[in-house]
Unconditional design. Structure first.
Length: 253
């Protein structure tokens, strides 16, 4: 059994890092952009902004369910990640164009692209390793650090660009980050081909069938995890809403 991580882990790490930088950059400025009336924002009410922000996040977490099913049954993981990245890039560029119509279309593309991208790149990390490999858990820890690195720099990029160059540049920077993510993914695809799966003769991943009892146990474990993490994420995503408003209203510039 291999004792070193495969080469495919690095491109997946950096692909996810750049995508998460763009995601958290958007989360950091989305609400402020919607209510802004002085610097070219949409100028909507707090209530409307809250509805849009909440709806956006709801679909961000729902669409990966559909994107994972489509990838598993039709497209394959690698193609789904690429399609998702293209849609997200287009959506981010459109959100940077002034006007409600461009904003709404961009947000829809961003949500749909996220559904294709987010679940399938994580599956590919797991597929880099054979079943039972002791390196798999460690690989996900490394992969998750890519998420944290992207999230670390996102607020600085968001605020710096918003203050100095304007909203369009902030959204544009997210789009560029997504394109860098795709460039890394495509450039080093030879290292991740064996993590692909598709319902064709070209599939390179063995699908291990599990018994109904094993399937039931895994589903029950997931439901238990869901019950715990849903509370965490409800609290976590106040960072782009209530905590952002508190910071705006209770801190000096």
């Amino acid at each position: 059994m291999a004792t070193k991580h495969p080469k495919g882990l690095k491109p997946l790490f950096f692909t996810e890092m750049w995508e998460r930088l763009g995601f958290y950059l958007i989360v950091g400025i989305l609400y402020l952009y919607i209510i802004d009336t002085e610097r070219g924002g949409l100028g909507m009410s707090n209530a409307s902004a809250g509805e849009i922000y909440g709806t956006y996040l709801a679909f961000v977490y729902f669409t990966p369910f559909l994107g994972g099913m489509i990838a598993d049954r039709f497209l394959g993981y690698r193609r789904s990640v690429f399609i998702g990245g293209i849609l997200m890039s287009a959506g981010l560029f459109l959100m940077g164009v002034p006007g409600v119509t461009f904003f709404v279309v961009g947000l829809v593309l961003l949500v749909v692209g996220n559904g294709f991208f987010k679940p399938n790149i994580s599956v590919m990390v797991g597929n880099l390793y054979p079943e039972g490999s002791p390196l798999k858990d460690n690989a996900f820890n490394i992969f998750y650090m890519g998420i944290n690195v992207g999230a670390l720099f996102a607020p600085f990029a968001a605020e710096g660009l918003r203050q100095t160059l304007g909203w369009s540049w902030a959204f544009g920077a997210s789009a560029v980050g997504m394109l860098i993510s795709l460039a890394i993914f495509q450039t080093f695809k030879r290292h991740i081909l064996h993590a692909e799966i598709s319902h064709s003769d070209e599939s390179v991943v063995e699908v291990n069938e599990i018994s109904p009892q094993e399937s039931k146990q895994r589903v029950l474990a997931l439901i238990t995890i869901f019950a715990i993490v849903v509370v965490f994420w409800m609290s976590f995503h106040q960072n782009g809403f209530t905590l952002t408003l508190w910071a705006r209203d209770n801190t000096s510039e």
